[in-house]
Design a protein around this ligand. Structure first.
Ligand code: DGL
Length: 277
């Protein structure tokens, strides 16, 4: 049943443009929904920052999404999901959906031998959020994690199909592949842009779990449960705003993901000086 709020947008954010992989998955699954995407390009990357800082940024961005009348907030960033979702759920009066829980569920379902690899930013991996979530579902699953700090910059440079990227992937994934994982969680929303290269390095025996894809399924369920699904048979829109005018990679990613991005708006966020950090 559609309610008054149903046609308001799904608010989606990431530290930058990696969360566009979640937008692409949402558009495929929920074509009637309006989406407002906010990329915190002024402060990207979040992946090397502390919990306190990532929480502060995420809460500020959540407030900007509510100002756009977002009916739900989708945290399309594994780092913010790992570090800030619990606090956001306490603060905001709309449902908040992160990417970690759906990715962990999909990984626990996918593994046949109980050995899962997780790759992500330093902050996501050192938070232990995936181990905690996967072993919360099945304590018998062994989780092998690797922080891959160079992948986000390589992706942001558009180096999807490049020898340097393949070399780094082989180095990062080597130990967990050697240990015999059968499932690999792409625990950063940038990584689906490297899916082809990751699949080549991981080989056919390893199933890739795309946190963007699984998050979109969780959002669909959440909207249905909260009576917030948009009326069917309408074509949803996509609006994009950034906190700094760094449109270069936005266009590359939009092209790679086949997204139509119109005018990009700007939103300002607190500078570090004002925070006294
Ligand atoms: N896309 C973010 C994530 O999913 C990573 C980018 C960053 O370090 O800010 O973790």
């Amino acid at each position: 049943m559609a309610t008054e709020r149903s046609n308001e947008p799904i608010g989606v954010f990431d530290s930058g443009i990696g969360g566009l992989t979640v937008v692409a998955a949402l558009q495929r699954l929920l074509p009637s929904e309006n989406i407002f995407y906010l990329g915190d390009t002024a402060r990207v990357p979040y992946g090397g920052k502390s919990r306190r800082t990532v929480e502060r940024y995420s809460i500020e961005i959540g407030g900007l999404l509510l100002a756009e009348r977002a009916k739900v907030i989708v945290v399309a960033c594994n780092t913010a999901s790992a570090l800030a979702v619990p606090r956001m759920k306490e603060i905001f009066n709309v449902p908040v959906q992160g990417v970690v829980a759906p990715g962990a569920e999909a990984a626990a379902k996918s593994t046949r031998i109980g050995k899962v690899g997780v790759v992500g930013t330093r902050a996501t991996i050192s938070s232990g959020a995936y181990e905690h979530a996967i072993q919360g579902i099945n304590p018998g699953i062994e989780v092998l994690s690797a922080a891959c700090p160079l992948l986000v910059p390589l992706i942001e440079e558009g180096m999807f199909d490049d020898e340097v990227t393949r070399t780094m992937l082989a180095r990062y994934l080597g130990p967990m592949l050697g240990a015999g994982i059968d499932t690999l969680v792409l625990g950063c929303t940038h990584y689906p842009l490297l899916k082809k290269a990751i699949a080549e390095v991981a080989g056919p025996r390893v199933t890739l779990v795309d946190s963007a894809e699984n998050c979109a399924h969780a959002v669909k369920l959440l909207l249905a449960e909260s009576d917030l699904s948009a009326a069917p048979r309408r074509l949803g829109s996509l609006s994009v705003a950034l906190t700094d005018a760094t449109e270069g990679f936005l266009r590359v990613a939009a092209h790679a993901l086949d997204l139509e991005i119109g005018d990009v708006a700007l939103r300002s966020v607190q500078s570090e000086e004002k925070q006294g950090v």
